[in-house]
Design a protein around this ligand. Structure first.
Ligand SMILES: [Ca+2]
Length: 267
């Protein structure tokens, strides 16, 4: 028993040493799929929803945000939660519903007031890249081939941040690092009407859909998670063993007492 407990302690100690060693290697890029929206059920452990009138839907393998539903205009915003440290993000977004004014549809990698945003300019229409806060101000890029969908990829490469649209690099933020507390935000909103705008801002049910949201996380994260799981299993085994030892001791003691009572010729 003492030998087994020594082995368990050694393995646990070894796990802690490995976890600490891996924690030092915190900058590597590994894409972890966060949500593929394939089960038609919203995952509240991963997403926070800010819904003006109607819920954000997960249906048909995507997450859908509507700007207008049943004739009522609305704002919808979703943010990722519980990701752990993030060093970049990938996602696919699709804006469909035809041309419309005064829509704000975007997906962004955000940390406080700092964001890299992919914005659908419905007036042109075109996809735009907009940096805010530490990423600068204003539009940096308009995708030259307008399409209702784009695959976005934003990641750290050495000292720079690369942005790809549909696997082609469209912009490099030089000498800047993505804050590890970054997260994803998607939004489909109606802007306040401009002077002279007719009542009823948008003409149809404009939809913004997201799919395959992924994050660049520290390379050790997945390994650390499995090591922690192993530690939990080993601790559980150690506890069970301890319980079994103490209960079997009681039986032995009880037997001993019974033996003593039965064999008490002196009494
Ligand atoms: Ca889901």
């Amino acid at each position: 028993m003492a030998r087994n407990s020594w082995i368990i302690r050694s393995v646990l100690l070894g796990s802690i040493v490995v976890i600490n060693a891996l924690a030092l290697n915190a900058r590597a890029a590994m894409v972890q799929l966060f949500d593929d929206f394939n089960d038609n059920t919203r995952d509240n452990l991963r997403w926070q929803y800010d819904e003006n009138h109607f819920p954000v839907e997960e249906s048909g393998g995507v997450m859908r945000l509507f700007s207008k539903k049943n004739g009522v205009e609305q704002n919808n915003t979703v943010t990722s939660v519980n990701t752990g440290p993030v060093y970049g993000a990938k996602w696919e977004m699709d804006w469909s519903g035809g041309a419309s004014n005064n829509m704000q549809s975007y997906g962004r990698l955000i940390s406080g007031s700092d964001f890299i945003e992919v914005f659908f300019n419905s007036n042109v229409p075109t996809w735009m890249l907009i940096g805010g806060g530490i990423y600068g101000n204003g539009s940096s890029y308009s995708y030259p081939a307008p399409s209702t969908s784009v695959a976005v990829d934003i990641f750290q490469q050495g000292l720079d941040i690369k942005v790809r649209f549909n696997a082609a690099t469209v912009f490099t933020y030089s000498n800047i690092t993505i804050p590890p507390n970054s997260y994803f935000e998607g939004s489909n909103r109606v802007s306040p009407p401009a002077p002279g705008d007719a009542p009823g801002i948008s003409g149809g049910d404009k939809m913004l859909a997201f799919d395959n949201v992924s994050f660049y996380v520290p390379e050790h994260s997945a390994m650390v998670q499995s090591m922690i799981a192993l530690g939990v299993v080993l601790s559980g085994l150690a506890c069970r063993r301890r319980v079994r030892q103490s209960s079997s001791r009681e039986v032995t003691d009880g037997n001993g007492k019974l033996m003593t009572d039965d064999e008490s010729p002196e009494r």
